[in-house]
Design a protein around this ligand. Structure first.
Ligand code: PEP
Ligand code: CO
Length: 459
């Protein structure tokens, strides 16, 4: 006998998805543009421009993520909290690529897993803010929402959202990605060229890093000798980009159908993630993300419930496909032991094959007495260590990490082997938003990750 279909309430019907169907939902954290014509002209220009990435690369990343989920690979995601247009310089870009590659060598060597890199780069220009305004000399002005939306300059006029910035962001992302691709194709990541990989200084970690590099090079020489050809550590296209899918008109404009017209890709980045503040199940961000083929990261803050996670999984990954979802808890060192086990168990019983990551940055924010946002290296490490232990204890796999970091010697986070204190922070505090690990702290973190992953130490 045919069953009678249940009567669904109007808003619980799975409605038809289009790149613009999010417009029927409530969209958090969106600017209000005053000039509708200018907005439409900017979006029209964006829709005509060539894609930044191609579907084949997105599919490659999906395969890598599926393998990281099952423990064959490891994903290192990192970069600035907020990229700024002024960071689009050869040195800033190559420094970011270099630190991610250096960390990958250390993690691959000690953790015995092939590491692939996903930069928070070439499009990470929009920021969710907890307040719409901030006080400047006693006057409330709109908050800075990232270079994609307004200017960091603290004046009323500069903070007005300008839709032309979306086009500017596209061109900055495109220049950044062009340089990244040229570096990779040109052999920047090739371990046969030690001078490109070296680090200045002689701290304990740098010496250990040099020893690893020497061993890795000897192994490569050995393999080259056997194969009779030169192997390359990183093939073209192995570096992936990601950003938070926050400004939905921009993301919609960069969305297109594949050649067969069967699926849609966002071709502004390989991977997108949804922030903890915009992942409401019925909200516009989840509506947009559910329809694109790209792998999706979902940030999970301490307020998330197991039920919410189950619902998000059902909406974003109805087909239970490996490579589709990366769950990124950012619970904080104080909450991780209470909250993470329940989330892992909820996912295990749901049967969705996710890749688990850990963002040990966003749940561990501190503000100094002088009002600077910072984070403490030990707390970051503590959240990561607990996460890894909890996954192991529950028979789950932590297959990725997510950091805010930079290849430059900034002084934004406390601690690490340089023992940076509050007094040091003012020396090179350069972030456009949240504090990042500097080059030394990032490398040290890589050694600690490798040590946690491997069953032997790396030194
Ligand atoms: C971020 O990744 O910069 C961010 C804002 O994260 P979250 O949404 O987890 O706070
Ligand atoms: Co941040």
């Amino acid at each position: 006998m045919q069953s009678i279909a249940p009567v669904l309430e109007a808003n619980s019907k799975p409605s038809i998805w289009t790149p613009g169907s999010w417009r029927h939902k409530t969209a958090a954290q969106q600017p209000r543009y005053r000039d509708e014509d200018l907005l439409e002209a900017s979006l029209c220009q964006l829709r005509r421009l060539p894609p930044l990435v191609v579907p084949e690369e997105v599919e490659d990343l999906r395969r890598h993520i599926a393998e990281a989920g099952s423990g064959k690979r490891f994903m290192l995601q990192g970069g600035d909290c907020a990229e700024q247009f002024s960071d689009c310089t050869p040195d800033a870009i190559s420094d970011k690529l270099r630190i991610l590659l250096q960390m990958s060598v250390v993690i691959t060597h000690g953790g015995r897993r092939s590491v692939f890199q996903v930069g928070r780069i070439a499009g990470q220009y929009a920021k969710p803010r907890s307040k719409d305004t901030e006080m400047m000399d006693g006057v409330a002005i709109p908050s800075y929402r990232g270079d994609l939306i307004n200017s960091a300059e603290a004046t009323e006029a500069a903070r007005r959202p300008d839709p032309r910035r979306m086009v500017e962001a596209y061109f900055h992302a495109s220049s950044t990605l062009n340089h990244l691709r040229a570096l990779v194709v040109g052999g920047f990541a090739d371990l046969h060229h030690p001078e490109r990989w070296d680090l200045p200084g002689s701290t304990r970690d740098i010496e250990a890093y040099r020893r690893i590099l020497k061993q890795v090079r000897e192994s490569i020489d050995f393999i080259d000798a056997i194969a009779g050809t030169k192997s390359t550590y990183l093939r073209t296209g192995e570096f992936f980009t990601s950003h938070e899918a926050l400004l939905l008109p921009y993301e919609e404009a960069l969305t297109s159908k594949d050649r067969d017209g069967a699926v849609h890709y966002n071709l502004g980045a390989h991977m997108l993630w949804v922030g903890d503040r915009t992942r409401a199940l019925e909200g516009a961000h989840i509506e947009y993300l559910r329809g694109i083929r790209n792998p999706i990261g979902v940030k999970l803050g301490p307020g998330v419930s197991s039920e919410e996670v189950r619902e998000l999984l059902a909406v974003l990954d109805p087909g239970k496909e490996a490579g589709r979802l990366v769950l990124i808890p950012r619970l904080g060192a104080d909450h991780v032991r209470d909250s993470l086990p329940k989330l892992i168990q909820a996912v295990q019983t749901s049967g969705h094959p996710v890749l688990w990551s850990c963002d040990p940055m966003h749940g561990n924010g501190l503000v100094t007495a002088r009002g600077l946002k910072t984070r403490d290296f030990d707390q970051i490490l503590s959240e990561l260590r607990h996460s890894m232990e909890i996954h192991r204890a529950l028979g789950s796999n932590l297959g990725a990490v997510h950091f805010e970091l930079t290849g430059q010697e900034v002084t934004e986070c406390l601690g690490g082997s340089q023992r940076l204190s509050e007094l040091d922070l003012h020396r090179a505090y350069e972030t456009g938003c949240d504090p990042r690990l500097n080059q030394t702290q990032s490398l040290e973190m890589a050694f600690l990750i490798a040590e946690m992953m491997g069953d032997r130490t790396t030194q």
